[in-house]
Design a protein. Sequence first.
Lengths: 97, 213
Amino acid sequence: MAGELKTVSPEDAALNSDIPEEIVVKVKNIFASALNKDASEITETAHFFYDLGGTSLDFLSVLSAVQNEFGVVISAEAEASFATVTDFCCYIRDNVL
Amino acid sequence: MKIRLFNLFVKVTGWLPYKILFRTKIYYENKRSQSRRIKGAAIIISNHTSVFDYAIFLFVFIGRTLRYQMAEVLFRKKLLKLFLKLMGGIFVDRESFNFSFVGKSEEILENGGVVGIFPEARLPRKGEERPLPFKPSAAYIAMKSGAPIIPVYTNGAYFTSKRARVIIGEKMYAKDYIDPSLEEKENIERVNRAMRQKIVELENEFNKRQKKS
């Protein structure tokens, strides 16, 4: 609804609370580097394309950097839904840690 | 297996109509060292002139099952959607930010398959410079998979009195255009530019040969 504040459900908060801060910082830096922005401008829930103005080229460079940095292979199914720092962090947590 | 069998069925039943309707003539950039046989994984890239480009390439590279990236518009009609799924089409939704087609293409290449891509991502409109700028995903897939890129130019002369003609270029490798000192994004752009340039060169070569003949 217009004007309604988005709140994080307790389930989502619990789900994301165990992501190490180090991973979040690294992913934010990767986003910032790809988008030529300062890391402080990147919030965990900002949409890569809609909120941060990323292009497909930027996104592909993020995909590549995340795979190189964390040694994780991102599956086709996962690529379908990645859009925020949190999406990447959750995937890394579930597949690397 | 289902995809391979269905492709075989389509090729067997469609071969004669293809021969009659398109009468495709195939040229090679370097006839001595090239053939239509593709061994192992490969990425076919080409200019995009018509929805029939796919049908042409299906028969040009008849010995292999081609898995083409296909736009969402083609999947809107139920029957066509079923057909393309059975043919192994890789669904690309250009209207959303769904990049699963990248991973899917990489998986196919990893298993030794052949992926077809129209890097322009749409058909050019009247008056637009051709080929259109290439989208970066083809370059990214080529870089990540290391698979050879087979560039092809088609004149798009389908259903006319002229013959459909294609020229197959020599294989390229993304690694030959990568500069390790550059950032990933710049390298994707370098490979992307090289691929588009190759298609332009093939078009020039094709036009030169046409003038001679």
